[in-house]
Design a protein. Structure first.
Length: 343
């Protein structure tokens, strides 16, 4: 989807359409932008940017709170459109998904025409726009989906894969972040062709498993199937405070509020077996730490034991963020253990 949260807000309130708009970040110095419209992006504003900095870049930026439950409902409507064409859907987030239309019968099996039809339906039925990437695999389709944004699509056919990847900048490979790009650039590696010329063995020698992955991607190879059944591995809640909490008592009080929210979220997963409890802190200098311990249930006393241990790692600093989390046991392992006990 194109600037999804902002697009929904602009659809529902036409007065927001022609102004720089951001969603999610509160106006205080701790707020962070969730997304913004394309007018705001012309000023350099982008998602995950601090609201205060975004306002310096664009003084006229209007920032509104997000409506997550509403966006989830719109996302369900979008998925219903997808399901008219295929049941093989891998959602990446509320506003992005992979669709496998290999065996789809619509439009004589043309992935390009199916993508156009889906985008048309989203525009006509929901008054929103989407962009699409059409390619033989997930890696290339993901890159293509950004090529003609907003409200466009880009196609790479099987016989175009080799040429498309040859001059592709390494920074466009999903999962290759700024740190990795710099590390590669320091060794003179800028494009997929640079990786090809280096050779697979040398890539692996220099970069290990990352090198093996880069060599495959540089040739356009990605054999991953779509993942259509997700099993949640954890549940967590966190809060960024308007001002740093500088004493442990204040942190304990804040933790009690978060614990209630965590309990409510866990109600949806009452059938799952808890494995660990976690406490996460982000300190005033932005460094963060996580500490966890084994547990079989949500235990407030254990959280209260973990909090001071995590706090000590800040060397006297206050905290700007506190998080609580629960990780679940692997249900397949539990079933296997139960079968072994029978014997």
């Amino acid at each position: 989807m194109d600037c999804f949260y902002a697009a929904v807000e602009m659809r529902d309130d036409p007065s927001l359409r022609d102004i720089p708009l951001a969603v999610g970040g509160s106006a205080d110095r701790r707020g962070v932008i969730s997304t913004c419209n394309y007018i705001a992006r012309e000023y350099g504003v982008h998602s995950a940017m601090a609201t205060a900095y975004a306002k310096r870049l664009c003084p006229d930026l209007k920032v509104i709170p997000g409506r997550m439950s509403y966006y989830q409902e719109v996302s369900r409507q979008i998925r219903e459109i997808f399901q008219r064409y295929t049941e093989i859907i891998e959602p990446l987030s509320l506003d992005e998904a992979f669709l496998d239309v290999t065996d789809a019968e619509h439009h004589e099996g043309s992935a390009t025409l199916i993508a156009e039809a889906i985008r048309d339906a989203i525009r006509e039925e929901l008054q929103l726009t989407a962009s699409a990437g059409i390619a033989p695999n997930k890696f290339i389709a993901k890159i293509c989906s950004d090529e003609n944004k907003p409200d466009g699509q880009y196609v790479v056919t099987p016989d175009e894969v080799e040429a498309f990847c040859r001059d592709l900048p390494l920074k466009k490979i999903p999962g290759v972040g700024k740190v990795t790009v710099k590390r590669l650039g320091d060794q003179g590696l800028q494009t997929c062709n640079d990786i090809r010329e280096l050779g697979e063995q040398e890539c692996v020698r220099r970069f290990g498993s990352l090198g093996a992955l880069l060599f495959k991607r540089s040739q356009g190879i990605d054999n991953r199937e779509l993942t259509t059944n997700w099993v949640r591995k954890s549940v967590s809640v966190e809060r960024t405070f308007p001002e740093d909490i500088n004493d442990i008592d204040g942190a304990v009080s804040a933790m009690s509020d978060l614990l209630g929210e965590l309990q409510r979220r866990l109600e949806k997963h009452a059938d799952r077996h808890i494995r660990n409890l976690q406490v996460k802190l982000k300190f005033a200098d932005f460094n963060q730490t996580t500490i966890e311990r084994r547990a079989i249930s949500l235990d407030e006393n254990l959280f209260q034991e973990l909090l001071p241990l995590a706090w000590e790692r800040g060397n006297g600093q206050g905290i700007r963020l506190l998080g609580l989390g629960v990780s679940f046991r692997d249900e397949n392992k539990i079933a296997a253990e139960s079968q072994l006990k029978l014997f």
